[in-house]
Design a binder for this molecule. Structure first.
Ligand code: NOJ
Length: 500
């Protein structure tokens, strides 16, 4: 409040031109074990599907790099936590590597060195007044689990539960924010559908749906376990979903409006509806479309598995919050040209829509990310409408570029998106926190180290992997200390005028 008054008094901006974040709103930065830790085979860690895939075939990664060392967080975490305090983080979102805790994925052999590492890491965060925000699974499945079919094998649900139990037993007294699974959409669609992420399986039109059901069950059983056995630890437990905002290509065309809605349900709804809607099931439209196509294609039943009544009961309401990773938007259309556009069967063919971007949207160096700040307001408003205004944490938001310290483009992106997120808050969305992707440049999956997302640059050519603050670190520090977004960035007011 004082800061607000002071800013008004100083006349640095007029009060209407800025945005005060609500009391209690939390700011963080996000990371993941595989992208940060390195030490891939140290102190008893077992291999994950990414280790195996990359080591077998380095050409799957654009720059033929590996994450064997990555940012070296494993050895450098004490210094890195100093950077977190430098930017004034309230929380740090990190993930736990399943195969560092259980080298084969099975719970018969716990790797004490892995437990110690996370335990020390969590203690160090707390000592520095940074709240640990932990993800139990961020894409690095133990290789052994994959040898048994990974996320397409229903047995994974019990194995995941065994792992989660060990996590809560060891860290639950100190960690009060849990994400079960990060972005199930790419886990399933990229890992088992199109095969562009580990385990690089192309089981298009079938594998991604089998995966989706098992992910939902693993999540919901973990939530149930927490409620039954660990409630006394007083934490909140949610899931992090990813959704681009999907705008009709031509908003006056009914087909395009329907196409955008359908795609939203295929993308977000497959995971969000069962957990956050009253039905507790896959979206009706998705069920119908996949069933019809499956039958036409000669399958004896829908390629989308069913959820039994008991499963629906288990999954419905199984989250205290929705984590949302917000980056970009797409335009969606449906017309004759879409026919034959995708492999059959496939998730995209089932949705039957064309997806593109507007030429006017500024692009990053990553084809998936365009600068569309108003999309953040729209997706948040849609979530509010569809799922009865759940508590949301924006668990990721960030902008990649080729590097350099003067990252005005990132500052502009972050400021504009924060502004749009605040617009949603002012319209009643229950957003409680925001986490930037990411603290420092790290391993960006198949893009290796070519995409720089960090508030801090990591000099990968220096022996110590030197970290240096970029302009965006300064910007973010300003936000975390003032809790106020100055309107001196030239984001366009038109960007946040949305018609929903
Ligand atoms: C989402 C993923 O959770 C994270 O691992 C990835 O690096 C960022 N998006 C950026 O692509």
């Amino acid at each position: 409040m004082q800061v607000y008054i002071l800013l008004c008094f100083l006349g640095a901006v007029t009060c209407q031109q800025g945005r005060q974040f609500p009391e209690g709103f939390l700011f963080g930065a996000s990371s993941s074990a595989y992208q940060y830790e390195g030490a891939w085979n140290e102190d008893g860690r077992g291999p994950s599907i990414w280790d195996v895939a990359i080591h077998n075939k380095q050409s799957v990664i654009t720059d033929r790099s590996t994450a064997d060392i990555a940012t070296n967080l494993y050895h450098n975490y004490k210094n890195d936590i100093k950077l977190m305090t430098e930017v004034g983080l309230d929380f740090f979102r990190f993930s736990i590597s399943w195969s560092r805790i259980l080298p084969t994925g099975f719970a018969n052999k716990i790797n004490q060195a892995g437990i110690d590492y996370y335990s020390n890491f969590i203690d160090e965060l707390i000592k520095n007044d940074i709240t640990p925000f932990a993800t139990i699974y961020h894409w690095d499945l133990p290789e052994k689990m994959q040898e048994m079919g990974g996320w397409t094998n229903p047995a994974i649900v019990d194995f995941f539960l065994d792992y989660a139990k060990i996590i809560f037993d060891n860290f639950g007294e100190r960690v009060k924010f849990w994400v079960t699974i990060n972005e199930p959409e790419p886990v399933c669609n990229n890992g088992y559908g199109t095969g562009i992420h580990a385990p690089f399986l192309n089981l298009s039109g079938i594998g991604e749906y089998m995966c989706a059901k098992n992910v939902l069950l693993a999540h919901a059983r973990t939530y149930e376990l927490y409620q039954k056995k660990y409630k006394y630890q007083n934490g909140k437990i949610g899931i992090t979903l990813m959704s681009e905002w999907l705008e009709p290509y031509n908003s006056s065309a009914a087909e395009d409006r329907q196409a955008a809605y359908d795609m939203l349900l295929f993308n977000l709804g497959i995971f969000a509806d069962p957990i956050f809607s009253k039905t507790g099931d896959f979206p009706q439209i998705v069920k119908k479309m996949v069933a019809e196509k499956s039958l036409k294609q000669g399958f004896p039943r829908s390629r989308l598995p069913t959820l039994s009544e008991d499963e629906v009961e288990l999954i419905r309401g199984s989250a205290d919050f929705m984590g949302l990773n917000i980056y970009s938007s797409n335009l969606v259309y449906r017309n004759e040209s879409v026919r034959g556009m995708y492999p059959v069967p496939s998730f995209k063919d089932d949705a039957g829509v064309g997806i593109t971007v507007a030429r006017s949207w500024p692009r990053s160096n990553f084809e998936r990310i365009q600068f569309v700040p108003w999309g953040a307001t729209k997706i948040l408003m849609k979530v509010k409408e569809l799922y009865d205004n759940p508590t949301v944490y924006v668990t990721e938001n960030g902008w990649p570029n080729n590097g350099g310290f003067d990252d005005e483009d990132r500052v502009h992106f972050l400021a504009s998106y924060l502004n749009s997120i605040m617009e949603a808050v002012n319209r009643g969305c229950d957003v409680r926190g925001y986490s930037v992707w990411t603290l420092m440049d790290c391993f960006e999956w198949i893009n290796g180290y070519t995409l720089k997302f960090g508030l801090y640059q990591v000099d990968y050519s220096s022996p110590n992997l030197t970290r240096t603050a970029r302009k965006s670190a300064e910007f973010y520090k300003n936000i975390t200390t003032t809790r106020y977004l100055l309107r001196d960035y030239d984001y366009n007011e038109r960007d946040v005028v949305v018609n929903i």
